[in-house]
Design a protein around this ligand. Structure first.
Ligand code: FBP
Ligand code: MG
Ligand code: MG
Length: 339
């Protein structure tokens, strides 16, 4: 029987063999994995635990928070604040940054997270998840400010997500490809189950919320129309559609078998670049996809090159199989032509 590699051992080998992970980052990732395990247990409880339904509060996005949004947020904060590897955290569920109290040692990393992604699916037993992104705290000044977080996605030192579905699966990159770990509930630990995940460059599967079609911009409309036209149309092949409405689940499918995921700008809120958030949704997912051989743009430029100006800023997201993302991007940059 092949020897099972635990998450801890994988990180230790990445540190020792590849010198990719400094000790503090390894500790941080282990703590995040433990926090995700606790969130997974809460999610699994469903109606047996007091975790379903809405809380009576709103978050900075103006969304009514779900109980699990808050439980997941608190679990990540509590688990990470005392370890000495973080200086501060930022979350979809918190307006400002959370600076690690000075009764604890100040670490050299910053972490951003979407504690519970796919909130609209919580009460209907569909896969949801946690998304995280790790940056280095800039040196040269004491304390931490919001501006320290406003680094482009290309500055990430680690990114990942944990999906709470039929399996609980943790997917991670530290810049050396993408690895996947499945939670072994008997052992209570994450075990390496895939390495060097690759996304096929071509695909016949697109994911977008079709109910927004009338609000889309011309390049997106053109791309989807061509897919829907199938083998008798300009693409000469039939396309299938999927939309789980949990970004973590739609992106996981793409890492597993390819595809293109789109949440583009649309006319419903023309002043917003998109629905999804740059710092703790698009950047970590964009880096994972790139590390697996795919692409991620906002329709015009590489998402990881976008210079953030606000903690909760939104962005148009087009990611997945390289050739399809390049096609949609070319339709934006050259409306008459494109690929
Ligand atoms: O309901 P819609 O418009 O299809 O949007 C679904 C998208 O919204 C999200 O649920 C937003 O994330 P949160 O659940 O973390 O707020 C994404 O996971 C998903 O891709
Ligand atoms: Mg989300
Ligand atoms: Mg969320």
């Amino acid at each position: 029987m092949t020897e099972r590699i635990s998450f801890t051992r994988y990180l230790v080998e990445q540190q020792r063999v590849h010198g990719r992970i400094p000790p503090q980052l390894r500790l941080l990732l282990e703590v995040v994995a433990r926090a995700c395990k606790r969130i997974s247990l809460a999610v699994n409880k469903g109606d047996l635990g007091d975790v379903m339904g809405t809380a009576s509060t709103q978050n900075v996005q103006g969304e009514v928070q779900k109980k699990l949004d808050i439980i997941a947020n608190e679990t990540l904060i509590e688990a990470n604040e005392w370890g000495g590897h973080l200086a501060a955290m930022a979350s979809e569920e918190m307006e400002g940054i959370y600076v690690v109290p000075n009764r604890y040692p100040q670490g050299e990393y910053l972490m951003l997270f979407d504690p519970l992604d796919g909130s609209s699916n919580i009460d209907v037993n569909v896969s949801i998840g946690t998304i995280f992104s790790v940056l280095k705290k800039p040196e040269g000044h004491p304390g931490v400010q919001v501006e320290d977080f406003l680094q482009p996605g290309s500055a990430q030192v680690a990114a990942g997500y944990c999906i709470y579905g039929p399996q609980t699966t943790l997917v991670l990159t530290v810049g050396d490809g993408v690895a996947m770990f499945t939670l072994d509930r008997e052992q209570g630990s994450f075990v390496l189950t895939r390495e060097n995940i690759r996304i096929p460059e071509d695909t016949k599967e697109f994911a977008i919320n079709m109910s927004n079609m009338r609000h889309w911009d011309e390049p997106v409309r053109r791309y989807i129309d061509e897919c829907l036209a199938g083998e008798t149309g300009p693409r000469g092949k039939n396309f299938n559609m999927r939309w789980i409405a949990s970004m973590v689940a739609d992106v996981h499918r793409i890492l597993m078998r390819g595809g293109i995921f789109m949440y583009p700008w649309d006319k419903r809120e023309p002043n917003k670049p998109g629905k999804l958030r740059l710092m703790y949704e698009a950047n970590p997912m964009g880096w994972l996809v790139e590390q697996a051989g795919g692409s991620a743009t906002n329709g015009r430029q590489r998402i990881l090159d976008v210079q953030p100006t606000q903690l909760h800023e939104r962005v148009s997201v087009i990611l997945g199989s390289k050739n399809e993302v390049e096609r949609v991007t070319s339709y934006h940059n050259d409306p008459q032509g494109g690929i």
